[in-house]
Design a protein around this ligand. Structure first.
Ligand code: C5P
Length: 223
């Protein structure tokens, strides 16, 4: 491929999007948060009570979903049928359901198709669970991110608190992450796993700047 693709996969809440955004900004690449697409689809399914086990209902729902990204300063702003849903998709109701919805074969097929289209000709950084293994198997640079589960829960908990969520406890966040990691790694359709050629990045004890510098060094070899 002529355009450069940086694929970042890994467990829930280990800083994939923080690194991806910083990297995209530094390199002038487009940042795409694939998780927000699964989250927006999940929000639509919750609101419309779409039955995930009914293939016809799922297919019909997917035809009525239009997702768009509005890049504002490398934050991922996503719209669902024209409505800005970036905040709502980060809240617990969506977090608790997203792994079930994203395990669906029809849902994945449609998302992967859209993601591949977005990375066809432009230089991109995309983060998710199956970017280096399925969406862009031929990505020139792949990272597999991981961090201590307790640290991850604490980071996500702080983030929720900053956003004004005073009801979710640290234990609930920890449970949600553990549940999603389990569901994401054990599902049948493109489970979360490290691509053979992905570079492991454990950021338990790394600052954001250290991670960025490490990642930049890897990407720059391909520029
Ligand atoms: O990245 P984020 O934590 O926002 O993703 C939410 C959920 O979406 C993940 O737990 C996973 O179930 C699903 N997902 C996926 N494939 C991707 C990105 C996210 O299945 N490429």
């Amino acid at each position: 491929r002529k355009n450069l693709v940086v694929a970042i996969d890994g467990y829930s809440s280990c800083g994939k999007s923080t690194l991806a955004k910083a990297l995209a900004k530094k390199l002038g690449f487009i940042y795409i948060d694939s998780g927000s697409m699964y989250r927006a689809v999940t929000l639509f399914f919750i609101r419309n009570q779409v039955e995930i086990n009914n293939p016809e209902a799922v297919s019909d729902a997917l035809q009525h979903i239009e997702l768009n990204f509005h890049s504002r300063d490398y934050q991922s702003h996503i719209t669902l049928n024209g409505e800005e849903v970036s905040e709502e998709i980060r809240q617990m109701p969506v977090s608790e359901t997203v792994s079930e919805i994203s395990a669906n074969k029809q849902v994945r097929k449609e998302m992967v198709k859209q993601q591949q289209r977005m990375g066809k000709s432009k230089n991109i950084v995309m983060d998710g669970r199956d970017i280096g293994t399925t969406v862009f198997e031929d990505a020139q640079v792949k990272f597999f991110m991981t961090a201590d589960p307790k640290i991850r829960a604490e980071r996500r908990f702080k983030e929720l608190q900053t956003k004004g969520d005073t009801t979710t406890t640290l234990e609930e966040v920890f449970e949600n992450l553990a549940h999603r990691d389990y569901a994401d790694t054990t599902r049948v359709e493109s489970p979360l796993t490290r691509a053979d050629d992905a570079i492991i990045l454990d950021n338990t004890e790394l600052t954001e700047e250290e991670q960025l510098n490490f990642a930049l060094e890897q990407v720059q070899q391909h520029l």
